[in-house]
Ligand binder design. Structure first.
Ligand code: ADP
Length: 386
């Protein structure tokens, strides 16, 4: 492998210099230092458990470490002077390579999310890679790729997802049965008939079953998104009407808060999947109730702003610290895990739904004062039905 130091050294060697014994002495000292540095670098690279590949400026392989050889099944001799393209499986989107070269050309490092490469025996492996170039005075000497094998982690993740999916599906049937039974008994109790447990307990049971159903639906939804199996049934809907309907719905099982609706235009038409937008609204409303004290107000507002209908849900709850706000739409993220009242999936799913409708979702919040969660959806100008 030719290091940056060696190439620099070669350039200097090409300059005409007067050879005196002092120059000879200095040169041999410098050579020794370069050699020592080179040996040290080689040792570090060779003992790294992360696979490392280095190319020259023409992207021909000039070095791979033993971890790389172990991962790919190729020996250094087999890939020396070859282009790393030999490892491509064809399953990494072209976009990744475009972004990679754009970053490298701008002297920036680039980390790929998950790419699939191919071993010598044709089997595939998944990696995270960090690429960077070794440059001096704007001249590229080498490209370096440090890999991180994530095949095993991905397999475990897939197993976990598969298990969650099966468990969620399996739970749906008994919960539907329990829900039916609780509904029958609630009706009986309301008519004054004798039931094994009293109406309050039945209603509590019913609410908890609803909560469980929402959790299971969230798990199934998040797996639907990831496997691309979520389809929207888009139609013209009146957001104002949908907000009123959803508020009536949430009032049925969330009785500790005052749900209010600000004054809104009679018609706010959007092109959207009604059930999915109701799901987002219910998510924001139930979060507002979950994370604020009983008897406080939860206010929903909607208006047209430029080409969008913007809906907001405001609470007087605990609020979210500024530095945490950027994470709350991430999968499984919960601000206070110990006080968590869900799975950290609701906002992740809501964001995905809104994104699929070409809208945006965001939060404004202050600790101790409360939060305002808002989302926007493109306004449908020509429509006039509700
Ligand atoms: P969860 O099921 O945990 O409620 P979400 O994805 O709906 O999951 O929310 C993620 C996290 O964001 C919550 O765990 C909570 O910490 C925070 N959060 C969401 N909504 C609010 C809110 N209205 N007020 C305060 N914190 C909130």
């Amino acid at each position: 492998m030719q290091t940056l130091f060696e190439s620099e050294y070669q350039e200097r060697m090409l300059q005409p210099v007067e050879i005196t014994s002092a120059t000879m002495n200095q040169l041999s000292h410098e050579l020794l230092a370069v050699e020592q540095e080179n040996t040290l670098l080689r040792l570090i690279l060779a003992s790294s458990s992360d696979p490392i590949l280095i190319t020259d400026r023409h992207t021909n392989i000039i070095y791979v470490n033993p971890s790389w050889e172990k991962l790919t099944g190729y020996t250094f001799a087999e890939v020396k002077d070859k282009n790393p393209r030999i490892l491509q499986s064809g399953k990494t989107p072209q976009k990744v390579y475009n972004e990679l070269w754009e970053a490298l050309n701008n002297n920036q490092s680039y980390t790929t999310e998950e790419t699939i490469d191919k071993r010598k025996d044709g089997s595939e492996y998944q990696i995270h890679s960090t690429f960077f170039s070794v440059q001096k005075d704007g001249i590229v000497f080498n490209y370096v790729q440090i890999q991180h094998d994530i095949t095993q982690r991905k397999q475990l993740e897939d197993m976990r997802k598969g298990f969650l999916n099966i468990a969620a599906h399996e739970l749906k049937t008994p919960i539907t049965v329990l829900k039916l039974i609780s509904q029958v008994h609630i009706q009986k109790a309301k008519k004054g008939k004798k039931t094994v447990i009293n109406l309050d307990e039945l209603e509590f049971l019913d609410q908890e079953l609803d909560r469980l159903t929402r959790l299971i639906d969230d798990i199934l939804d998040s797996s639907r998104f990831e496997t691309g199996k979520m389809f929207l049934q888009v139609e013209l809907i009146n957001m104002t009407k949908l907000i009123h309907e959803t508020i009536s719905e949430i009032k049925k099982y969330s009785r500790n808060h005052a749900f209010l609706v600000s004054e809104m235009p009679k018609e706010l038409i959007v092109n959207a999947d009604q059930n999915r937008i109701r799901q987002v609204l219910l998510n924001l409303l139930s979060n507002a109730a979950k994370y604020s004290s009983p008897k406080t107000k939860i206010t929903v507002a909607a208006k047209k702003i430029t080409k969008y209908v913007v809906v907001s849900v405001e609470d007087e709850g605990s609020g979210i610290a500024k530095e945490k706000q950027k994470y709350i739409f991430d999968k499984y993220y919960q601000v206070k895990e110990k006080e968590a009242k869900g799975f950290g999936l609701g906002l992740y799913i809501s964001k995905d739904i809104i994104k699929r409708h070409k809208g945006k979702i965001w939060v404004e919040s202050e600790i101790g004062k409360g939060s305002i969660f808002s989302f926007s959806l493109p306004y449908k100008e020509t429509a006039s039905r509700s």
